[in-house]
Design a protein around this ligand. Structure first.
Ligand SMILES: [Zn+2]
Ligand SMILES: [Zn+2]
Length: 172
């Protein structure tokens, strides 16, 4: 014999029957209102409240982060043709410099969305140089341009991964 859980009605949709409850506030929630989290089903309000704790960034952090990240990534990409092979060693340092510059501005505030913004901005900042060598190669620039493209590619890939991992606190 199986014991059926009592029929509840969703707190947001009073006509919808459900057997689910939010495992934090115990509110009955229907399948549409339930959000599956690593700790079980929760209502949208509880999930939102939880995200706020981890998202302490202010709106001003976003434009500042975009400018710093894109500008430094752009400046770095201008040095790549001079560095050539040494880009492999110096790009991680560039990534660290960008991440630390952003950290100086945002201090202890953190937000996953902000870290992603910084990562995208670094990619955008390094894109003009990357596109330039790509166009140069397609226009028949030969081996020199191909190498240039490789170093720019290495640079872009390295700084975006370094910026993201360093900001989000994951040590490689
Ligand atoms: Zn809840
Ligand atoms: Zn509902």
């Amino acid at each position: 014999m199986s014991e059926n859980p009592p029929i509840l009605y969703c707190a947001n949709h009073p006509t919808v029957e459900t057997t689910l409850r939010c495992n934090r506030c115990e509110k009955p929630i229907c399948a549409r209102c339930a959000v599956l989290t690593p700790t079980g089903y929760r209502c949208k309000e509880c999930v939102r409240g939880q995200q706020k704790q981890f998202d302490t960034a202010t709106w001003l952090d976003y434009p500042l982060t975009i400018v710093i990240s894109a500008l430094l990534a752009y400046i770095g990409s201008q040095i790549v043709p001079i560095l050539g092979f040494f880009t492999i060693f110096l790009a991680p340092i560039a990534g660290v410099i960008i991440a630390e510059a952003i950290r100086m501005v945002i201090r202890k505030r953190r937000s996953k969305r902000l870290f992603l913004t910084a990562t995208v901005a670094a990619g955008v900042g390094s894109a003009p140089s990357l596109l330039l060598v790509l166009v140069g190669m397609l226009a028949g620039g030969g081996f020199g341009m191909l190498l240039g493209l490789v170093w720019q590619g290495v640079y872009t890939f390295t700084i975006i991964t370094t910026v993201y991992y360093r900001l989000s606190g994951i040590r490689l």
